[in-house]
Design a protein around this ligand. Structure first.
Ligand code: FES
Length: 913
């Protein structure tokens, strides 16, 4: 049906123009932007709506097809103007992290509960199975739906201090669809920008007659290429390595690289056939693998990078070769991992608009100030003239640290003196943005007859793609971490990042450490077996303790928590081994091909930058009316930093979190909270928040001339100060406000104490580490090679759980990503550029997860807290690989462990006897 049609949307009659996608109609014509578009292909389910009570991906339905139907979107889920029980339950359980999938989840859950008010967990899982979530690991979503079905009472209100299990402070608009993401607030008069990208991995190109092209396409206003970049046609997250052009200049180095952009009226740009763009390509030889790029005679991607090596990393301590030579047992192995796509459900989107003599950029990002400084360089403007206002971020996991969409709209808005907007397609997002580094790792580990490790050598080659991005960080971080959280006196770890004609590899939750842990943890299992020692006891025997030097020679007086994590797993491990043995005995007796196994993986992870400055600054002000305002620029991409930082402030100031007013990240309004990466926000920004709150409190007490032990409470127009004997009041009306409008204000910075690494990688790279250990239990079908995860138990040392619910959410979400790394995910440039060819875990792929929170306080962290975000996926893949080996005797060394690789490994193990 192509003509106008009538339908009911959220109870109101509307008329639509037929052929438009229902998702676009709802968003663009009705302004119902709670319906999110993640793929426009029916793969992610973010745009799920109800049509006459049945769920459907609204991107696959023409608006006219819903003629005569009743359509319900997330905006229609409130009950009598209030949050419904279901929405409340999502908040209570922390089921919405970044929130971009939440509308689709809620609508699907509503449809289920309408037809089946008391569903089982399996029925919830099935009903919501068409909606992907990259953040939560799904467990809390199922819990929320089950709880709503059982009409469980609302959560008890807690003050929101440190340790309280409170809901996300930014949660309510996520369950109503009101949270504004990158694509949700485009100015009406914005031109639309589309990027022209290379269809080749490596090609020379020349752009034809731009004016003639524009003349042939009414409504198009401009074409931009490298010659139109007003400042430096180059960006990069690590300044000394910056090498990525905004627009390639004559040669494209990866498939999907930007070579030009068109801007114009929205309809004209949407109607444009990009194949008409005047450009000639000459395809050149490409190298997609490091071996090809390192081969003698391979063309250099960058003139000054000899042999296509971007950077090398090294950590060396003792004599690793002698430690291995003098050992009783040795194991060696090569392990490989592929490109992994971040697959956040929100594709990159945002807009820029001229503002005075400068520019404002609004959209999704993980780092406002870094974006600002890079965009200032690209535009040639002063940093002060560039204002970055992050929207909500529908998942990032590292990739949204790098510039992507921002330069194109910025250049267009400045050139046309109009707002300019962009929304990446799913394919464009997957083709052009950063990935997890593929790795090829060779390692040897040795121990003495008692099982003590005597030496380890490790050599990793990472495919860093066409441009530097975070390649230097990965190459430097990995050698520091490749030992795992163990005491190893003789150690040498080398790494190199090699350029290829692939999309840049960058930051992805763990910065290379998940890859290195696969090799280290798998070899530890094999070495324990050789030494005849239980695999968990082997780890306990070698676990790092307080006072022992790490492989960089750094010793911590307190806070090393790996032993406690392993001890917490011990009873679970023993029971898992016992029940697996029992199961396998029965399976053998009955001729069943199923085999059960259990495996352990561990992690440690240094929070913050490696040996580099890493500051965060937080401002807190008190207005004359007594209100407390927290300016925190640490971008919350769903992990909950806004909540955690506010809990820290509430704790220090002795107030309820609900009484704090928030000013979120904005380079004009918040000081620099640093980037959201490297598990640094709870630790670094949290510490800055604690310092700020303490300074504010001290200032008030000084003004009141009372002792430091007094309690303060903020009241209308005054602050009550209570010490041991008296209550006094600081009246605020008479105080002079500063330039920010505050009568009291504190702004403090925290920068973790680190020391540079020397030429052997010795030094103090991080102020603290977090630790973890996970146990995977699974069943392998030895006839098919399929792996069914039965259960994962995860013990993570967070120092202090500022909010235990958010800790669990991070653990569950990280494990889901670790499952993807272990069993299914593989990005192949040019081949898996959408979410039906690139598979990420769905509801059915994530088993029950038990989180065990360990609190070994760190002297440096706020209230003892350590970071957690990256840590949680590191142990998962090795734990799964070790469990597969435990079940079958087969070692899979090449990820992902898809059924055909598992089967091949089983056959190999059988043939080796
Ligand atoms: Fe589900 Fe982020 S909360 S994708």
């Amino acid at each position: 049906m192509n003509g106008p049609a009538s339908m009911i949307v959220n109870g109101k009659p509307v008329t639509t123009g037929g052929a438009t996608r229902l998702s676009a109609y709802l968003r663009d014509e009705l302004g119902l932007r709670g319906t999110k578009v993640g793929c426009d292909a029916g793969d992610c389910g973010a745009c799920t709506v109800m049509i006459d009570g049945e769920t459907a991906c609204s991107c696959l339905v023409a608006a006219g097809q819903a003629a005569g139907c009743s359509v319900t979107t997330v905006e229609g889920l409130r009950a009598n103007g209030h949050l419904s029980t279901l929405q409340e339950s999502f908040l209570k359980h922390g089921a919405a992290q970044c929130g971009i999938c939440t509308p689709g989840m809620l609508v699907s859950a509503r449809a289920l509960l309408d037809r089946n008010p008391r569903p089982s967990r399996d029925e919830v899982q099935d009903a919501l199975g068409g909606v992907l979530c990259r953040c939560t690991g799904y467990a809390k979503i199922i819990d929320a739906v089950m709880d709503a079905a059982n009409a469980a009472p609302a959560v008890v209100n807690l003050p929101g201090r440190v340790g309280d299990r409170i809901r996300h402070v930014d949660g309510p608009p996520k369950v109503t669809g009101e949270t504004v993401y990158g694509a949700d607030s485009m100015p009406e008069d914005a031109v639309l920008v589309r990027v022209v990208r290379s269809p080749h991995h490596h090609a020379r190109f020349s752009i034809g007659d731009k004016q003639a092209f524009l003349a042939r396409h009414p409504g198009l206003l401009a074409v931009f290429d490298a010659s139109d970049v007003p400042g430096r046609n180059c960006h990069g997250v690590i300044a000394p390595f910056a090498d990525q052009p905004v627009f390639a200049e004559g040669v494209a180095r990866f498939k999907g690289e930007a070579v030009a952009a068109v801007a114009g009226e929205r309809k004209a740009v949407l109607a444009l056939d990009m194949g008409e763009f005047p450009i000639d390509w000459t395809v050149l030889e490409h190298a997609l693998l490091p071996d090809e790029a390192l081969a003698p005679g391979a063309a250099r991607l960058h003139e000054k990078r000899e042999g296509n090596v971007l950077v090398r990393g090294l950590v060396k301590r003792g004599d690793a070769d002698a430690g291995i030579a003098n050992s009783d047992h040795q194991v060696s192995g090569r392990f490989t991992t592929p490109f992994i796509e971040h697959a956040y459900i929100e594709p990159e989107a945002g807009y820029a608009r001229p503002a005075g003599n400068g520019i404002e950029i609004v959209g999704c990002t993980q780092t406002a100030y870094m974006n600002r400084d890079e965009l200032a360089s690209i535009t040639g403007l002063d940093a002060d003239a560039v204002r970055v206002i992050p929207s909500a971020c529908g998942g990032g996991f590292g990739s949204k640290l790098d510039l992507s969409w921002q330069p194109y709209v910025t250049i267009a808005a400045l050139a046309l003196n109009r707002p300019a907007a962009i929304v990446y397609s799913r394919t464009e997002s997957m083709q052009s943005t950063t990935k997890r580094h593929p790795s090829c790792i060779d390692a040897t580990v040795a121990c003495d007859s008692s099982g003590r490790i005597t030496g380890m050598v490790f050599d990793a080659t990472f495919n860093t793609g066409a441009y530097a991005s975070w390649g230097p960080t990965v190459a430097n971080r990995v050698p520091v971490h490749a030992s795992g959280p163990y005491f190893i006196e003789n150690y040498r770890a080398d790494s190199s990042a090699v350029h290829t004609h692939c999309a840049p590899s960058g930051a992805f939750r763990g910065f290379g450490v998940p890859q290195s842990a696969v090799a280290q943890e798998c070899l530890f299992d094999e070495l324990a077996d050789k030494a005849g020692i239980d695999r968990l006891q082997f780890r306990l025997l070698n676990a790092l303790d307080n006072g022992q030097p790490t492989v960089t020679g750094q010793a911590f007086d307190s806070g090393v928590g790996i032993r406690q994590c392993l001890q917490a797993l011990e009873p679970h491990w023993l029971e898992a081994r016992r029940s697996a043995a029992e199961f396998n005995d029965k399976a053998r007796a009955s001729g069943s091909p199923l085999r059960r196994g259990a495996g352990i993986g561990t992690c440690w992870y240094g929070c913050g930058n490696t040996s580099l400055p890493n500051p965060s600054t937080i401002r807190i002000g008190v207005r004359a009316d007594g209100s407390v305002v927290l300016h925190q620029g640490a971008i919350d991409i769903g992990q909950g930093s806004s909540t955690v930082i506010a809990q820290i402030v509430a704790q220090v100031l002795g107030m309820e979190i609900s009484d704090i007013q928030f000013v979120g990240a904005d380079t004009a309004l918040t000081p620099d909270g640093g980037k959201t990466s490297a598990s640094r926000q709870t630790f670094v920004s949290g510490k800055a928040a604690k310092k700020s709150a303490e300074a504010l409190r001290a200032e008030v007490l000084r003004h009141a001339n009372v002792s430091g032990d007094a309690r303060i409470s903020f009241e209308a127009g005054r602050i009550a100060v209570t010490d041991a004997v008296t209550v006094s009041h600081v009246e605020l009306a008479g105080l002079e406000a500063n330039e920010h409008g505050y009568v009291f204000m504190a702004q403090e910075t925290y920068d973790p104490p680190v020391k540079p690494l020397d030429k052997d990688g010795q030094g103090h790279p991080y102020a603290l580490y977090g630790y973890g250990a996970q146990l995977a239990e699974l069943t392998v079908d030895t006839g098919l090679g399929t792996v069914k995860l039965d259960r994962i138990t995860a013990a993570h040392d967070v120092g202090k759980a500022i909010n235990p619910m958010l800790v669990e959410g991070q653990i569950e979400g990280g494990i889901a990503q670790g499952i993807g790394l272990a069993l299914m995910e593989e990005f192949l440039p040019g081949r898996t550029e959408n979410l039906h060819d690139y598979l990420i875990p769905t509801f059915g792929d994530v088993p029950p997860i038990e989180s065990i929170i360990i609190e070994v306080p760190d002297a440096e962290g706020p209230f003892g807290a350590k970071g957690l975000g990256e840590h949680v996926l590191i142990p998962t893949a090795p734990a799964i690989l070790n469990a597969i080996r435990d079940a079958t005797g087969a070692r899979v060394r090449e990820l992902p462990a898809t059924p055909h690789k598992v089967l091949a490994a089983i056959r190999e193990a059988e043939s080796n006897g």
